[in-house]
Every structure is written in C-alpha cells, then in structure tokens.
Design a protein around this ligand. Structure first.
Ligand SMILES: NC(=O)c1ccc[n+]([C@@H]2O[C@H](COP(=O)([O-])OP(=O)(O)OC[C@H]3O[C@@H](n4cnc5c(N)ncnc54)[C@H](O)[C@@H]3O)[C@@H](O)[C@H]2O)c1
Ligand SMILES: N[C@H](CO)Cc1c[nH]c[nH+]1
Ligand SMILES: [Zn+2]
Length: 428
C-alpha cells in the first residue's frame, strides 16, 4: 500500500464537516429520534446492536469506579497525574472574570460570566479507549466552574462490568462520579433529550467517530455543542531538512485512530516525498493497528508535492488541519503565514502525541477543515455570558432622543414610546 503522491491541485479533501454518507446520516437521524422517544429501551437496543453488549444499568456504580484502580498500572496513573497537572495549568490561563464599568453619569454596564450548570462529555471508546480525552474534556469544564459533569463512553469488554478501567480511573482522579456506559449517536441523543437513567444536559462536548459527530450536529439547538471533533487529521508541512522517519511516524500516529482519519504530507521536496512514502510502508508493517492505519492512508492519506514553500503554505491553509506540524528548518518564520489550524506543532521535537497527551493544550480540536472557523475545546466552551445594563436617569435623558430616532427609523413606535413615556413623565 503506497500513499498517493499528487500535486496540490489534485488533492481533494475527503473529510469536510459535511462528511458522512447518506446512509450514516439516515442511521444517526433514526437513532436520535428513537432515543428521544423511547429513552433507555432504545439505548439498550442500540448498545446491543452496535456494541454487542447487553447493559442493564447505564450508570456506573461508585464501587465499580473505585475498584478500577486495582486494574490500572501505577506507572500509568503517575503519568496521567502529571499530564492532568499540565493540562489544568494551561487551562487556568484561559479563565475569564465578570466585569462592570461605572460611568460618570451613574450608569453601569457589564458582563456576567458564569459556568454552565450541567454538561455532558463524550469520551470515545469504540476501537480504543481514551482516558486522555477524559482529562481534555473534564479539566476545562472544572476550571470554568461547572458543577454537574456527566460522562458517557461506550461499554467495553476490556473491563468488568462493561467499562474500561483506565477511563474510570481518569474520571475518578478528577472527582467525576457520574459516568454512563453508552456510546455512539445513542449516547449523544440520551444526553441531549434525557432518558430514565440519564438526565438531560445543557451542552455536549467531546470528540468521537462519524456517528458521534453527526449526532452532535443533529441535537444542536436542543443543547449546545462544542466544535465538531470527529475523526482525527494531521498535516505535516516538511522541507528537505526533515527526517523522513519522523514525518512517517507522525502521520501514522493519527492514521491509526480511525479508517476515516486523514494524514497528509505537504512538501516542496520530491525527494522527501518518496522517502516518506517508503518509510510509511516500512513502519506500517509492525504497527499493531495496521489495518486501520492502512485503510486511513489508502482512502484519505496523501503526499502533496508543491512547487514552492509558498504553495505548501497555501495548501495547508486550504486544508485547515486539526493538527499541523511544521517540520521545516525555520518553523517560527512560517508561523505568521498559517491562517487555519487547530494546533500547530513547531520543530522536530514537538511530535503530535506530545499535544495528544501531555503538553497542556487541549487535544479536542476542530477536525475536517473546521479549523477555518473553530477553536480547540477551551474554558469558554463551558461559560455563558449575560450582559448587564443599568441606566441612570441622567443617562436616559441624554440617550433618549437617539434611541427614539433609531426606533422610529425601524418603524417600531412601541419601542420609541417606552422611552418617551419616561422622558415626558419625569420632565427629562
Ligand atoms: N478530535 C479529537 O480530539 C479526538 C480525540 C480522540 C479520538 N478522536 C476520534 O474519535 C474517534 C473514536 O472512534 P471510535 O469508533 O473508536 O469510538 P467512538 O466512541 O467515537 O464510537 C464508538 C461508537 O460508535 C457506534 N457505532 C459503531 N458502528 C456503528 C454503526 N455502524 N452505526 C451506528 N453506530 C455505530 C457504537 O455505538 C460505538 O459505541 C476516532 O475517529 C478518533 O479519530 C478524536
Ligand atoms: N489525536 C487525537 C485528537 O485528534 C487525540 C488522542 C487521544 N489519544 C491519542 N490521541
Ligand atoms: Zn492522537
């Protein structure tokens, strides 16, 4: 299996936000409607159908959460704690406070910034379990001050009874107790509409596969959602100074997530293109998730050979990757020209998994070209803002005529009169 080498003009990005086949859209629509109508009964049926498990109680019992510690490696736990500290301190810097400004005329304007009351966080777990996504989801919500955090993740045969112990321990480390063993579109629908065992939330965040991503789009409006973090993608912009084995390894690191993942190299060096193509084939051989990675590379992977560095940059901006690696001699010199990317990894030692697990920035990033307008999951996703307006009598006297003019300009006499009645009654 050789990744296709092509010119920029020949590259058509497969995984845009409107991805998904008609059959997948139809399936998700049906799942969401069934869960909204039938609640837990539909959850049980879809869990049996898609996860091949019979689940009686979706909520994970507290004793099961505590017992999970005995199934988890101590070294893993220590690394997880160090990662959590770094992620928390990064997100602490994103905190925002309410503010108000008092005016000389006695009026006051301001903005209340308050946490959402109840959020539902999705942690993927179909072909691999992601305790790192527990940290990336929960920590910004906690930093924002959200009090009620519910977590949903697919049931798994890796743990007893029916849940992955690494996910449970990651959640327990952060003090999360409300965990449900349910995945896919049905989990998203359950958190949006509520079922007998899962109370509805105000907002759903978190990454997942195509079914999860589509379901989030369908429930938007009933609840809020974060940006769409679907199947992972990576673009590496590399020049002739890059080590082809590093480039290949980093592309494979994302291709192994999902057959729908997208790994792309953009370079102006035909020599590097060929070296990377060979390296990918060599490294793929021994990769445990080689089938998934091979399908991802065959269906969505590409090695794009541009004529110049400028054309490389244009191509990257068109792709708007979730992860962008700048494996060039002077990465910081290129930075100012990158317009669209969820996260940018600079230089040979900032391999993408550094960000997936450890550095501190969030790994829940806009995928499929949505980095054109969307941002990484962050503390703001868990906050809502309320405007405050207090006008003094003097302020209204001053502004009243302008307000009435603007209202009448829109043909809204009722608006104008709400001001006029005060000005007249109080002789302003
Ligand atoms: N962007 C990010 O931050 C980020 C982080 C981690 C993982 N990811 C992505 O999350 C995804 C994880 O995918 P996954 O599949 O391993 O786990 P997942 O939890 O997203 O999906 C598994 C669920 O999909 C449902 N499902 C499976 N086949 C189905 C079908 N035919 N019809 C309807 N529903 C079906 C099942 O209910 C199952 O529980 C990958 O695409 C990975 O790239 C993204
Ligand atoms: N690369 C994924 C985000 O697209 C996040 C992740 C979690 N674990 C490993 N990787
Ligand atoms: Zn990853």
């Amino acid at each position: 299996m050789a990744v296709r080498i092509m010119k920029p003009a020949a590259y058509k990005q497969e995984q845009q936000l409107d991805y998904g086949t008609e059959a997948q859209h139809d399936a998700v629509k049906q799942i969401v409607a069934a869960v909204a109508e039938q609640g837990d009964e539909a959850l049980r049926q879809y869990t049996k159908q898609f996860d091949r498990m019979e689940i009686r109680d979706f909520r994970v019992e507290e004793t099961v959460i505590q017992a999970a510690y005995s199934d988890v490696d101590k070294v893993f736990l220590e690394a997880l704690r160090r990662a959590a500290d770094r992620i928390r301190s990064f997100h602490e810097k994103q905190k925002r406070l309410s503010w108000h400004d008092s005016q000389p005329d006695g009026s006051m304007l301001g903005q209340l910034i308050r946490p959402l009351k109840r959020v539902g966080l999705y942690v993927p777990g179909g072909t691999a379990a992601y305790p790192s996504s527990v940290l990336m989801n929960v920590i910004p919500a906690q930093v924002a001050g959200v009090k009620e955090i519910a977590l949903a993740t697919p049931p798994s045969t890796a743990g007893e009874p029916g849940i992955n112990p690494y996910i449970l321990v990651a959640a327990a480390e952060l003090g999360i107790q409300e965990i449900y063993r349910v995945g896919g579109a049905q989990a998203i629908a359950a958190m949006a509409y509520g079922t007998e065992s899962i109370p509805a939330v105000d907002k759903i965040c978190g990454p997942g596969n195509i079914y999860v991503a589509l379901a989030k789009r369908y429930v938007y409006g009933k609840v809020d959602i974060d940006s769409i973090a679907g199947p992972s993608d990576i673009t590496v912009l590399a020049d002739e100074h890059a080590d082809p084995s590093y480039v290949a390894a980093d592309l494979l690191s994302q291709a192994e997530h999902d057959a729908l993942a997208q790994a792309v190299l953009v370079t102006a060096s035909p020599k590097l293109a060929e070296q990377v193509q060979q390296e990918i084939e060599r490294q793929l051989e021994s990769l445990p998730r080689k089938e998934i990675a091979a399908r991802s590379l065959a269906d969505n992977g590409a090695i794009i050979v541009a004529d110049s560095l400028d054309e490389c940059v244009d191509t990257v901006n068109r792709i708007a990757p979730e992860h962008l690696e700048l494996l060039v001699e002077e990465p910081f010199a290129l930075l100012g020209r990158i317009e669209n990317a969820g996260a940018i990894f600079l230089g040979p030692y900032s391999s993408e998994p550094v960000g997936d697990y450890y550095a501190g920035p969030n790994h829940i990033l806009p995928t499929g070209g949505t980095a054109r307008y969307a941002s990484p999951l962050n503390v703001d996703d868990f906050l809502k803002k309320t405007s405050l307006i207090y006008y003094s009598k003097a302020a209204l006297a001053e502004a009243g005529p302008d307000i009435m003019t603007l209202a009448r300009g829109e043909g809204l006499e009722g608006h104008a009169r709400a001001i006029a009645i005060r000005l007249e009654k109080e002789g302003m």
